[in-house]
Design a protein around this ligand. Structure first.
Ligand SMILES: Cc1ncc(COP(=O)(O)O)c(C=O)c1O
Length: 363
């Protein structure tokens, strides 16, 4: 017997198909526009870039393991209690830590049919069983989720808006789900795209977290804040959950340049607003153009559009690639006939619209 037959990871680990991120290059193309990972086409606030560079002067020192300054900044900007915030290396890390801390062998982690892929991967990595609830019109169905709750449910993940569909569930429905949870289960509201939502008063789930002790909200600096490269996210949670997360996370899980840049980024609320408005303008424009080109588009609250190619995703993808436009294939989500296209800047949006019109529609 060789070592790889006798030394085995925990059950579930080998069921994980490693996460494949958005492509970033096209062989032979010298100029590409990357629209495959829902990044901010404008990058971060200049103030965040400046803070990042300044942090480069003290690379010999460990970061503040308590993330004090960043938690204070987040708390001030969002009107929250710093003691109920925990930071992570991207919200991916927070999702993984929640699974590691709360779900293990025999436990269930529930999410909607086209929920963000990391829920399944993190559940499997923790040894737990992923459970999927069907959606309705590419939107999480709260009754279906409630129908799957049981004694073994430990975590329920709901991205709102969801990636890759871009659809949302109304606040009252989210509250209904939280109220229906069995006593041992925690609801994780993944608000990675909350800043892009243009509904007045949308808070990503903050009020629900405050009102209950079984709801957590995760946020990221990778989207509207344009800091995907630095890997930074945060969660707002009841104190008992914060205590658990602080026990399972690495003592220096967030780097000093990320802490510094995140602090400056979150305080630059004008930049965030500008990016969200610009995204809305070009998302709506691009959606209309794609429909006019003959494709289906799911109305989106995020910085991306899910496009129905009528079963011609490979062809359309190839056509876009030949023009240096990189978008995301959706086979991993069971949406093989769709492509997900991030909302780029004006040049990127115009290039996509032009290419899709030239392709000639879905049918
Ligand atoms: C819904 C959702 N949640 C979480 C993440 C992870 O973001 P990050 O780990 O970069 O913070 C993403 C990234 O695409 C996402 O779409």
């Amino acid at each position: 017997m060789t070592a790889h037959q006798t030394i085995r990871p925990r059950p579930g680990v080998l069921d994980i198909a490693p996460y494949v991120g958005g492509e970033s290059g096209v062989p032979g193309a010298n100029r590409v526009i990357k629209l495959s990972s829902n990044e901010n086409p404008f990058g971060p606030s200049p103030k965040a870039r400046e803070a990042y560079l300044k942090a480069g002067e003290t690379l010999g020192l460990y970061p503040d393991g308590g993330h004090q300054a960043l938690r204070r900044a987040i708390a001030e900007v969002h009107g929250l209690e710093p003691g109920r915030i925990v930071c992570g290396a991207g919200s991916d890390e927070l999702i993984a830590l929640l699974c590691k801390a709360y779900a293990g062998a025999g436990d269930e982690v529930l999410y909607a049919q086209h929920g963000f892929l990391m829920y399944r991967l993190s559940a499997l990595a923790a040894g737990a069983t992923p459970v999927v609830a069907p959606e309705r019109e590419l939107t999480a169905d709260i009754d279906a989720l409630i129908g799957k709750l049981g004694e073994r449910t430990k975590l329920v993940f709901l991205a709102n808006p969801n990636n890759p569909t871009g659809t949302m569930v109304p606040e009252a429905e989210v509250a209904r789900l939280a109220a229906a949870l069995p006593p041992q289960a925690l609801l994780v509201l993944d608000a990675a795209y909350a800043e892009y939502v243009r509904q007045p008063g949308h808070d990503g789930g903050t009020a629900l977290v405050r009102a209950r002790d079984n709801v957590v909200m995760t946020r990221t600096f990778s989207k509207v804040h344009g800091l995907a490269a630095l890997r930074l996210g945060w969660a707002y949670a009841p104190e008992h959950v914060i205590d658990v997360m602080n026990r399972v996370r690495g003592p220096f899980n967030v780097t000093a340049p990320a802490l510094a840049a995140g602090d400056a980024a979150i305080r630059d609320t004008g930049y965030v607003e500008h990016c969200a408005i610009t995204n809305e303008v070009w998302r709506d424009w691009l959606g209309k153009e794609i429909r006019a080109a003959g494709f289906g588009v799911t109305p989106s609250h995020g910085n991306f559009l899910l496009v129905d190619t009528g079963g011609r995703a490979a062809e359309v993808d190839g056509h876009l690639k030949s023009r240096g436009l990189i978008v995301r294939r959706m086979e991993g989500y069971g949406l093989g006939g769709h492509l997900r296209i991030s909302v780029g800047d004006e040049e990127g949006c115009r290039a996509v619209a032009h290419a899709l019109r030239a392709f000639g529609g879905a049918a």
